[in-house]
Ligand binder design. Structure first.
Ligand SMILES: Cc1ncc(COP(=O)(O)O)c(C=O)c1O
Length: 440
């Protein structure tokens, strides 16, 4: 059995997280319930930053908040001196509401609207990661109209696709994001921005994939970007002080996953950037990274109550929980795998294998194909691990199921940070049909 962060098992055989008893959490807040181990988030944030500090290199670690965006987590991120990556007006609004230091917010996205970009200028965020030529036009317009400057990074696609232990290099990347490094798009974007009066081009950005368990793809990406930056220095005398290598650091969802420690990824990046810069005669840039999953993924556990069970003779046993694809779409969307534990009988031996089914009207609504568990009964509490990233943030009201509450746990205390939706919330935006209104 693998426990994460501050998880432990107490004398009653209950899973505890952050020093709180999961059975008590379920009683107090109901299920399904997203429980976040805030100490784990803090430890990761510190681990990423510590390695940069020790190397004495300029850096920013931006929490990629698409993984889990709420006011409370932005406040913890601010306490941990993280920067913040947002991708929509909604995430930016949430960050502002949270009182996050606006100068440390980076704005991403492949189709930011005029209104979103105007909001970014109004709020005065730290930088915009520019994705395409349309966006360059919008940014020029806004900055010139406002007579306001804005730091920008150009997002480029370096032709590296990384996932788990492998990566592939492609001459040209088929991606909806960014300027291609090889076919001249990145050069065009550079030419359109580097000497603009208000847009301050401070660097290049790339994000090469997700669940990466190896450092080589990051090394290759940093070499490619530095070569491009060095080429611009030689040709135009222009120096970009920032190299942003994105996120994608892997975590352990199941025993098949073998992630590296944050320090290992960061050390290799620093080594490569220093060496490549030296080889190219380029001033060592600041290194920025954007971890999402590796900061918040294994900090999250979802607690579910088991309801019905069903045996299909000679095939499998199903155990159904009170949530499913509405609170965690990842297994149905792309076959993501998870591990689990019977949280109220955490010491009981696993003697059975169950398919954990959700309650949505969709055959594909299965959270775990093969969960090794003791014999389960209705009312048992199931903890599904590593649901902290892209769980709540991708949750929906499919089947008009209300979204679960979110609690933070730390030092033996729990705190509700997102209220459970009610049925009334579900119809809040609905308007009654009126024959008269249609006729007019
Ligand atoms: C641009 C960018 N940065 C960072 C991330 C975070 O990735 P991860 O959660 O895998 O660290 C993503 C994820 O999609 C991304 O698109």
């Amino acid at each position: 059995m693998h426990l994460y962060g501050t998880q432990a098992i107490n004398e009653q055989g209950h899973l505890t997280i952050g020093g709180t008893d999961s059975v008590e959490l379920a009683k107090n807040y109901g299920t399904p319930l997203y429980v976040y181990d805030i100490q784990l988030f803090r430890d990761r944030a510190r681990a990423f930053q510590q390695t940069f500090k020790e190397a004495g290199i300029g850096y920013q670690v931006a929490y990629a908040s698409k993984a889990f965006s709420t006011i409370a987590i932005y406040q913890v991120a601010a306490e941990e001196n993280l920067s913040l990556d947002v991708v929509s007006a909604g995430e930016l609004y949430t960050a502002v509401k949270a009182g996050f230091p606006v100068g440390k917010i980076h704005f991403h996205g492949n189709n930011k609207s005029l209104e979103e970009l105007q909001m970014a200028f109004r709020v005065g965020i730290g930088c915009i990661v520019v994705d395409n030529f349309h966006e360059i036009d919008l940014l020029k317009k806004i900055s010139e109209q406002n007579k306001q400057s804005m730091n920008i990074l150009l997002r480029v696609t370096p032709g590296i696709e990384a996932h788990t232990h492998d990566y592939i290099t492609t001459g040209q990347e088929d991606s909806k994001f960014g300027f291609d490094l090889k076919n001249g798009q990145a050069d065009d974007a550079f030419n359109q921005t580097y000497n603009h009066g208000y847009l301050k081009l401070i660097g290049l950005h790339c994000h090469i994939g997700s669940q990466i368990f190896d450092t080589s793809a990051f090394q290759l990406a940093s070499e490619k970007l530095l070569q491009k930056m060095s080429g611009w220095k030689q040709e135009f005398g222009y120096i970009c002080p920032v190299l942003n290598l994105g996120g994608g650091f892997g975590i352990r969802y199941t025993a098949e996953d073998a992630p590296l420690k944050p320090a290992v990824y960061v050390k290799k990046m620093i080594e490569t950037v220093k060496q490549t810069s030296e080889d190219l005669g380029y001033p060592i840039p600041e290194i920025w990274i954007e971890p999402g999953r590796s900061l918040i993924g294994d900090a999250g556990t979802t607690l579910y109550t088991i309801g019905s069970t069903k045996e299909v003779p000679k095939m499998r046993k199903y155990a159904a929980v009170d949530g499913g694809m509405s609170d965690n779409i990842r297994p149905a969307l792309y076959g993501a795998k998870y591990s689990s534990l019977l949280a109220n009988k955490a010491n009981a031996l696993s003697t059975e294998q169950y398919t954990i089914a959700g309650k949505c009207c969709e055959s594909g609504d299965k959270l775990i194909e093969q969960a090794d568990l003791p014999t389960v009964e209705a009312g048992d509490l199931l903890g599904v691990f590593c649901t902290g990233a892209y769980g709540y943030s991708m949750a929906s009201n499919y089947n008009r199921i209300a979204r679960p509450a979110v609690v933070f746990v730390e030092n033996g205390m729990s705190q509700l940070v997102v209220k459970r939706e009610t049925n009334a919330d579900l119809v809040k935006q609905d308007l009654s049909y009126s024959q008269k209104a249609i006729q007019k």
